[in-house]
Ligand binder design. Structure first.
Ligand code: SAM
Length: 384
């Protein structure tokens, strides 16, 4: 075939644009000339898999034919491994993936699919090892690998479900969300809650309750220009979610501003407090999957504010920090702001691992009854 590379790019391009029939046609044109061609087989199988689970049988058949012609090809083996995985044929998936990795132990795609298979089989510790090996290899994106790693390290319900649990349990009269984006989490606020969202560039595409309003502002300007109780029509805040700019100093200021309008039982949840590795938790974003370093807020509060109840729920993708027992009259963070920033600004994930990540971040369990009991215990102190 004269220009295979270009023909493959056309097929990938159609797939990326979700022009599935055009992608199939482009692959078929290649496979007519070059039967079993590995990349074309790989793309075609994915188009079929994404079209419908039922068609996964067709994808498997096509890949098995390609494998007869390319029995040692890691891409064909790994794609077949993924097709079997999607079809819940785990034993067959494992056989072909093991073969792919015995031929090419550092084959990124094979490692990524093997990690996802192990995760599916609930062999989370083994999945973590394989996925971390994949992440050590060059790849343009790593998104699927990070997500599988997050689910291996933090099994159980993900952060959206936990946020919904908080809304359901707290039934807050007032809610503040910093970092709204599409409104995916702000929509969890119920009509019985007066909710305020802050984001300099909101792109709302979820229906929000009539009692929810969104301010197109960064959080610092919002707190400079508005008095939160006036905006809420209530004296204090019951529940807050910090998910704006994912860097330490901003997330710390967000917490300090929220505490000013809190009462002891207020619950503040901070996104991205359980980082997965150095690259994805660097405050300068270099990875598509990115948590930044808000985890330092939890580390700093646990150190500088032992009066707070502060822990981290290991919920994927990157954990939720929880803070309660707030004290609007406390001035420690304001007075020692520079010291707090300096204490953590140069620390990174490696430091966290060397210094007992679990202890520094107060990693708790991803179990709702236990979370309720822990917060309830903290709140009970106010009624003794
Ligand atoms: C990760 S998204 C929020 C996602 C949303 N909470 C969810 O879970 O679906 C982060 C958002 O924070 C916003 N943001 C960035 N800097 C901010 C700031 N200083 N104050 C408030 N929001 C900010 C961004 O525009 C972006 O929409």
């Amino acid at each position: 075939m004269k220009d295979l590379k270009q023909a493959l790019e056309v097929a990938s391009h159609h797939f990326a644009l979700k022009e599935l029939d055009a992608a199939i046609n482009a692959c078929d044109a290649i496979l007519k000339v070059l039967p079993g061609q590995p990349e074309a087989s790989h793309i075609r199988a994915f188009v079929l898999l994404s079209k419908s689970q039922e068609i996964s049988g067709k994808a498997i058949g096509q890949l098995q034919s390609s494998l007869q012609l390319n029995p040692e090809n890691p891409l064909v083996l790994s794609t077949l491994g993924e097709a079997y995985l999607v079809a819940n044929r785990f034993a067959e998936s494992r056989v072909v993936l093991q073969k792919a990795l015995s031929i090419a132990p550092e084959f990124y795609y094979g490692l990524m699919v093997m990690g996802r298979l192990l995760l599916q089989l609930e062999r989370c510790a083994e999945a973590e090892v394989v996925l971390r090996k994949a992440l050590s290899l060059p790849d343009t994106n790593h998104q699927a690998t990070y997500i599988a790693l997050a689910m291996s390290v933090m099994p159980g319900p993900w952060y959206m479900e936990r946020l919904a649990d908080f809304h359901e349990w707290l039934q807050p009269a007032t809610y503040l969300e910093i970092g709204v984006e599409t409104g995916k989490t702000l929509k969890l606020a119920q009509p019985s809650t007066v909710a305020v969202g802050i984001d300099p560039e909101p792109q709302i595409n979820y229906p929000l309750a009539d009692t929810t309003q969104v301010f197109s502002l960064g959080s610092d300007p919002f707190f400079e220009q508005h008095h939160l109780p006036d905006v809420l029509g209530h004296a204090s805040l019951d529940f807050a979610f910090i998910d704006g700019l994912h860097v330490f100093d901003q997330a710390l200021r967000d917490f300090m501003n929220i505490e000013r309008f809190s009462r002891p039982n207020t619950v503040v949840v901070i996104h991205d407090c359980l980082p997965l590795d150095t690259a994805s938790s660097d405050p300068k974003r270099t990875t598509k999957f990115w948590s930044g370093d808000p985890w330092k807020v939890i580390a700093a509060l646990r150190h500088f504010r032992p009066d707070l109840t502060c822990f981290t729920i290991p919920t994927h993708p990157t954990g939720l920090g929880v803070v309660t027992n707030l004290d609007p009259a406390n001035t420690v963070l304001k007075e020692r702001y520079r010291e707090v920033i300096v204490a953590y600004q140069d620390k990174n994930y490696d430091w966290l691992v060397e210094n007992d990540l679990s202890e520094v971040l107060g990693v708790f369990v991803n179990d709702w009854d236990e979370i309720v009991a822990r917060i309830g215990e903290a709140h009970a102190k106010h009624y003794e």
